[in-house]
Design a protein around this ligand. Sequence first.
Ligand code: GAL
Length: 664
Amino acid sequence: MNVARRLGTMPFGGDYNPEQWPRDVWDEDVRLMAEAGVTMVTVGVFSWAMLEPEPDRFEFGWLDEALDLLHRHGVAVDLATATASPPPWLAHRWPQTRLVDEAGTVRWPGGRQNYCPSSPVYRERAVGLARRMVERYAGHPAVALWHVGNEYGGHNARCYCDVSAAAFRRWLRDRHGTLDGLNEAWGTAFWSQRYGDWEEVNPPRLTPFRTRPNPTSVLDFHRFCSDELLACFLLERDVVTAGAPDTPVTTNFMVMHHFDKLDYWEWSRHVDVVANDHYVEAFDEQPFYDLAFQADLTRGFARGRPWLLMEHSTSAVNWQPRNVAKAPGQMRRDTLTHMARGADGLLFFQWRQSLVGSEKFHSGLVPHTGPRGRVWDEVVALGRDVAALAPLIGSTVRGDVAFVWDYHSWWATQTGNQPTVDLDYPDMARVLHRALVDRGVTVDFVAPDESLDDRRLIVLPTTYVLEQATARRLADAVRAGATLLVTYFSGIADRDDHVVPGGYPALLQDLLGLRVDEFTPLRAGQRVGTDAGWHGDVWAEDVVVADAEVVARFTDGPVAGGPVLTRRPHGAGAAWYLATRPDLAGAGQVLAPLLDEVGVDGIPGPAAVQRVRRSSSTGSWLTLVNHTDDAVRLDVRGRDLLTGVVADGDLLLPAGAVAVIAEG
Ligand code: GAL
């Protein structure tokens, strides 16, 4: 169900909140939307209080009028079920719907998304509204997509109230069967934690000073919280799908920076279209690497199919400590990078910059200054660019390298009392991804339970929780000819966070031909050298080689002289192991022989010019994004869809520019 294919153009637009503006502004809105080439807007995300001002009294008139107006002006609608943020009456009448934090403090309404995900009252009211929405608008010609909730878990992923506690107990019974099963899984013989009655079990609430809750209880709670919100989503989705079977349904994920609350591998199975929100971080001086990482990860959740960029910003946001404005040209580079990495629709938050409320300093397509000035001019130009991208609709990106991505490892390494606080699950993947982006090599992310059969180069980045089945699949892939890179602190624990005994990483020792006897994490800021010339930080460990070639050794630090990079041929492939976090140069050096081994060259070009190819049965398109301050010459052939320029082996790409070359 590709929305772009239905519209005949990649959707371009953003969140539109007509209820926040006087009626006469709406007419200007649709006129300006036409000027900017807007083809789709998201309506109703935060409209619950305007649609149902008191329980069971509905006011749909304004929304009828807005949808009709948009339709008359040729703008399609991604229609929200409007349940993301309950009106104040919910908490007032049903105080048990409020969110409670781990210290037992009630979080009050006044912001947004204040509800306990396990609350039967919230769920019933939300489903009730979703049902009314779909009954009323299922046949509306403007509606091209349904948008359930909004950014699930953005503010309320983890609720520790008594309603949540009861739901958690039910979830634990399903998972562990009996109390004995729970005691075994959580290892409650430790610290006198044994449970004798289900009623004694609680969410991992705040514990006495300098102790933390049982780590497996925390891991299970993270799983439970992702499942509870998914249950909320599914209740509404089912109502929408039943009422509007021909219209795709989505919800917007937050695959960005450090959002780790939901297991999007699981979530993405339940949406018709994967949609994502992405905002760059102002502290990051080269945010385009993170953007590329998150866009590739989103494509992973879409299982390689085109996805939708539901939100990003034209310029500054309002929720970071320092909200840096985007530099001229940056919005275009950001938008088109998402497209290059698989997005078939490019939307923003939000259409018109608010005059009131928390988001009044968040940029929009129409800024406070009105339809004039740099941001507006760039928006209008971008609308033209997006219209020119229609030939790419439905085309896909196929990466040369597969990275395994695993929420359970991310969650389990956050439960506290780990070897080092500096171990941050995404870090290793990030540095390796960045080195590959610089080489023009594209990464696909895969779930731990996904097939690796046709993968030539696989990376298992610091994957602490490893299932036996995944370990077997990795070994099979290597035997069949793949090259595998495993990085430190992988394969340490099982799904219940029990260390697998016998030296680390127990399930991969044979494949790697080594054993790790002891972790020797580094002090804050400490770096270790290697005889390959690059440096590492965060981690070192005592690697005992049984049957592997030592490719590089530590030259200093706690295990000076010990192996830092090893390789073991296995079947038709090879398994590599890396025992520290390399700096960027190191990441490039570590990966180079692996790429050679599998014959992957990458798309040639300078490091900070991102190069990604999309292809389909009708053609292939190479997107080039110049993040440097200099014009660069590139050896490409084809026609630039954005400028019409035909390149014959020598394209001059100006500083900061983007080209989308139709090849062949
Ligand atoms: C998202 C949200 C939008 C808006 C935006 C601001 O989290 O879905 O409603 O608040 O951030 O960047």
